[in-house]
Design a protein around this ligand. Structure first.
Ligand SMILES: *[C@@H]1O[C@H](CO)[C@@H](O)[C@H](O)[C@H]1NC(C)=O
Ligand SMILES: *[C@@H]1O[C@H](CO)[C@@H](O)[C@H](O)[C@H]1NC(C)=O
Ligand SMILES: *[C@@H]1O[C@H](CO)[C@@H](O)[C@H](O)[C@H]1NC(C)=O
Ligand SMILES: *[C@@H]1O[C@H](CO)[C@@H](O)[C@H](O)[C@H]1NC(C)=O
Ligand SMILES: *[C@@H]1O[C@H](CO)[C@@H](O)[C@H](O)[C@H]1NC(C)=O
Ligand SMILES: *[C@@H]1O[C@H](CO)[C@@H](O)[C@H](O)[C@H]1NC(C)=O
Length: 502
């Protein structure tokens, strides 16, 4: 009896010790194409009670910047490097391109594994899959459920007509026909319920929501009877479906007594796609552009270790900062001193000044299709040179028009090619005669919506910021944007996008 009591006490003591020393579980949620005006805490028309609650219990990051597109932002999250230094700054990785995020760079889940974490990914990869070594379970994740590419169908898991869904390395068809938030929530539940709680958990949850195609179960759509614009109504339902998975995730954690030890990091990968229901109002532009609407992300952190809560963090932060910041929250440190990311953990968790005063929006010399721009931020000022992107206006939520805007975009992209392949001046929706090459300078403190171009009034600052950009450019790696490889053809592999051709 006495011996047993001692044993029990000993076991309890070890559990307590382990609990105290163990770093937090970390859930890193990435919402796909979620715009500034697409979440309840920025827009009361959107129903997202779970995300709103988490954000209010933590710190909303009011100036958290990302790249204007999926693959570039995700590569920044995983590596801590700007995409212009890894060749991923131009558009996104197409399924047929023999490209992936450079294997020479250490990935966030590898760093987490070194710190003793169990590491899982549920959702969208979009960092290349042409070689098995490019895929999630070879880059630091213990398990993977999801898809390699983008703009997948929410029910039938196809991307450009071919199936794209895997459980680790194995093609998985049993989820075919089920809306993706339900599929992902089942995996999340399973991961949490079978997690060995003597280890910390790192769950990377890059949800499919709320990227096009516009698809949502009817009851979410029905929650928005007042929205007249059909695309916007479906899209709003998709946000609520996403919110539902996140709410359920918090319940699963609570049921296993893991919730209080879990740090949530939430960010969009880029701004809303105005052509497919997304909205960034009052910010200018959207996904694809280096205007604020494409790059200023909805983001927050919540959980243990935060010494201030319920506020907005006004400091600057960039997508490249997440890798060193998450590793720091887990008690580690990135050894590679060449990364662009800065550890923001102390600043965010104590609400003190941001160590970041400057960042690069993008550096991309390649005009076609649809880019060819550079942007820098220094303090309150932002300079854009080149082509900011196709969507250069300020769009209200009710101005979503898939078919009309879609046609215009296609025509603009088509028109930017000449028969001999030379680039024409790129277009914007608002300016079909071609973009002007004048520099654009804004004071974002006074003018966060980019209405007043100060370039003519402040020519010295334009010169200074161009020089600063040139310094960053010393480390420029040209875009790795090769032609489509016929060996990628899923037909060769029985109808699914499959690694092994690069
Ligand atoms: C995927 O890998 C995890 C971790 O090794 C394992 O528990 C799980 O059973 C695997 N799933 C499949 C379908 O192989
Ligand atoms: C998924 O389901 C659809 C509809 O039933 C079917 O047409 C398709 O072949 C299925 N895909 C796979 C990979 O089984
Ligand atoms: C969340 O859980 C509720 C209650 O179990 C369920 O009805 C709902 O479908 C779940 N949501 C998602 C997106 O799986
Ligand atoms: C989690 O924290 C809340 C609020 O501090 C507390 O009421 C609850 O008992 C905690 N739960 C566990 C399992 O420690
Ligand atoms: C869109 O909303 C604005 C502001 O609420 C309103 O002035 C405008 O008439 C609306 N447009 C359409 C097409 O409903
Ligand atoms: C753009 O080009 C593609 C391929 O040549 C063509 O199918 C499509 O009709 C064009 N779209 C527009 C709007 O010009």
């Amino acid at each position: 009896m006495g011996k047993k009591a001692v044993d029990v006490a000993f076991v309890l003591a070890s559990i307590v010790t382990v609990t105290l020393c163990k770093p937090p579980n970390i859930v890193f949620i990435v919402a796909d194409d979620l715009g500034w005006n697409d979440i309840g805490f920025n827009n009361p028309d959107i129903i997202s009670p779970n995300v709103d609650r988490l954000a209010r219990e933590g710190i909303i990051l009011d100036h958290a910047y990302v790249q204007p597109l999926c693959s570039p932002s995700r590569s920044s999250f995983m590596t801590g490097y700007y995409p212009y230094r890894t060749g991923l700054q131009h558009m996104v990785i197409d399924p047929q391109q023999p490209v992936c995020a450079p294997l020479t760079k250490s990935f966030l889940p590898q760093e987490m594994k070194n710190l003793g974490y169990a590491t899982h990914i549920v959702g969208k990869w979009h960092l290349g899959f042409c070689n098995w070594n490019c895929t999630p379970t070879f880059r630091g994740f213990d398990s993977f459920l999801g898809y390699y590419n983008a703009q997948e169908n929410y029910y039938f898991r196809t991307c450009e007509y071919y199936y794209d869904f895997r459980d680790n390395q194995t093609l998985s068809v049993k989820q075919n026909g089920t809306y993706s938030t339900y599929v992902f929530q089942e995996r999340v539940r399973n991961i949490i319920n079978t997690h060995d709680t003597s280890k910390p958990l790192f769950l990377y949850l890059p949800l499919q929501s709320v990227h096009m195609p516009l698809e949502v179960p009817k009851h979410y759509y029905n929650m928005y009877p007042n929205i007249q614009n059909e695309d916007r109504r479906i899209f709003s339902g998709m946000v609520t479906a996403m919110d539902d998975v996140i709410g359920n995730l918090t319940s699963f954690l609570t049921q296993r007594d893991m919730y209080n030890d879990t740090l949530f990091v939430f960010t969009a990968d880029n701004g809303g796609w105005i052509q497919f229901g997304g909205n960034n109002y009052p910010l200018r532009g959207g996904k694809f552009t280096i205007w604020e609407g494409g790059t200023r992300a909805v983001s927050f952190v919540t959980g243990p270790g935060l010494k201030v809560r319920g506020t907005r963090f006004e400091g600057l932060m960039h997508a490249v900062d997440w890798m060193p910041t998450i590793v720091a929250a887990a008690g580690g440190e990135i050894k590679d001193k060449d990364i662009d990311g800065i550890n923001m953990w102390d600043a965010i968790s104590t609400g003190s000044a941001s160590p970041r005063s400057e960042f690069i929006y993008n550096l991309d010399d390649m005009f076609l299709p649809g880019e060819g721009h550079a942007g820098i931020r220094q303090g309150d000022y932002k300079l854009i040179v080149g082509f900011p992107g196709l969507y250069s206006g300020w769009y209200l939520p009710n101005q979503t028009q898939d078919s009309v805007a879609g046609q215009k975009v296609m025509a603009a992209i088509n028109a930017s090619y000449q028969p001999d392949g030379r680039p024409l001046k790129p277009f914007t929706l608002e300016n079909p005669q071609g973009w002007d090459d004048e520099p654009h300078l804004y004071n974002l403190k006074d003018d966060p919506t980019e209405h007043n171009n100060l370039a003519d009034q402040m020519p010295d600052l334009v010169v200074k910021l161009k020089q600063r950009m040139a310094e960053y450019k010393l480390k420029y790696v040209p875009p790795n944007y090769p032609k489509h490889d016929p060996n990628s053809n899923p037909f060769i592999y029985g109808g699914a996008w499959t690694p092994g051709w690069c």
